[in-house]
Design a protein around this ligand. Structure first.
Ligand SMILES: NC(=O)c1ccc[n+]([C@@H]2O[C@H](COP(=O)([O-])OP(=O)(O)OC[C@H]3O[C@@H](n4cnc5c(N)ncnc54)[C@H](OP(=O)(O)O)[C@@H]3O)[C@@H](O)[C@H]2O)c1
Length: 254
């Protein structure tokens, strides 16, 4: 029963932004539940290491070098995964960047860069893979948003805007793709100890402040997204679409 609900044997997944941090942990979790997994990012060596870890666990895996700020790379990435696995059942849009700056100090270039990768890149990836899922009449798309898409922070205006847009894009796409048997959901992580936030969480005062705002009194570790990603990728979540699951130790309860 549990295996039938949560098992991913026979499914193939593409995790974009899987070279490190949350994306790597989610790729390994999907493989652990039985999926074959394609891992993509700009860093060839790192994604090959993740691919090898998945292969060693007995699942099929491929590494695809792609920069999602370029549509050509996105189309190539989708094609390469379909050539390798024959299909994409699960798409995890995890690639993202955070360029901290107040709105008044942020350059237009950094604003565009943030929105290009965090929002447009996900839209274009959903488009490339979504067409394939429509043809196969099945699919699960999981977008990685952020608790900062629902709450504000001092230096996150571009990042927060991009992540709030992802939450709303997830709802709109869920509506559009529901007739095609495709579910679209999102995860909004709170503070997780990864390279992206090492400067913020490396500062003792900021660390203390965010811990004081987190009822569970800890930061997340990437493996703590494993349960949610398996749930959203599996049959267990088949009656759910357009939803965002927040995983933040209670940070957004306030
Ligand atoms: N850590 C947190 O506290 C936290 C909280 C909320 C939400 N998030 C979100 O969770 C996701 C993962 O964050 P993380 O903390 O794991 O960050 P991270 O360690 O910096 O990882 C970011 C991932 O995105 C990939 N990436 C960035 N730009 C890309 C591009 N143009 N094309 C392809 N891949 C690209 C990176 O790969 P390459 O550099 O190899 O290309 C890397 O695999 C992000 O969307 C982030 O906004 C994180």
């Amino acid at each position: 029963m549990i295996k039938e609900l949560f098992g991913l044997e026979g499914r193939s997944a593409l995790v974009v932004g899987a070279s490190k941090g949350l994306g790597k942990a989610m790729a390994l979790a999907l493989a652990g539940a039985g999926a074959d997994v394609a891992v993509a990012s700009r860093s060839q060596k790192l994604i090959e290491e993740v691919r090898d870890e998945i292969l060693a666990s007995g699942r099929k895996a491929v590494a695809v070098k792609a920069d999602i700020s370029r549509e050509k790379d996105i189309i190539g990435m989708a094609g390469q995964v379909i050539d390798s696995f024959g299909k994409i059942d699960i798409l995890v849009n995890n690639a993202g960047i955070y360029l901290p700056a107040t709105a008044l100090d942020m350059t237009a270039e950094d604003w565009d860069k943030t929105l290009n990768i965090n929002l447009k890149g996900i839209f274009l990836t959903c488009k490339a893979v979504g067409r394939h899922m429509v043809d196969q009449k099945n699919g699960k798309i999981i977008n990685i948003a952020s608790v900062l898409g629902k709450r504000a922070a001092q230096t996150s205006s571009a990042y927060s805007a991009s992540k709030a847009a992802i939450i709303q894009f997830t709802r709109s796409l869920a509506l559009e793709l529901a007739p095609h048997n495709i579910r679209v959901n999102a995860i909004a992580p709170g503070w997780f100890e990864t390279e992206m936030v090492k400067n913020e969480l490396g500062d003792p005062n900021t660390r203390k402040y965010f811990l004081s705002k987190t009822p569970l009194k800890k930061f997340g570790v990437p493996e703590e997204l494993g349960g949610a990603i398996i749930f959203l990728a599996s049959k267990a979540s088949d009656f759910m679409t357009g939803e965002t699951i927040t995983i933040d130790g209670g940070f957004s309860i306030w």
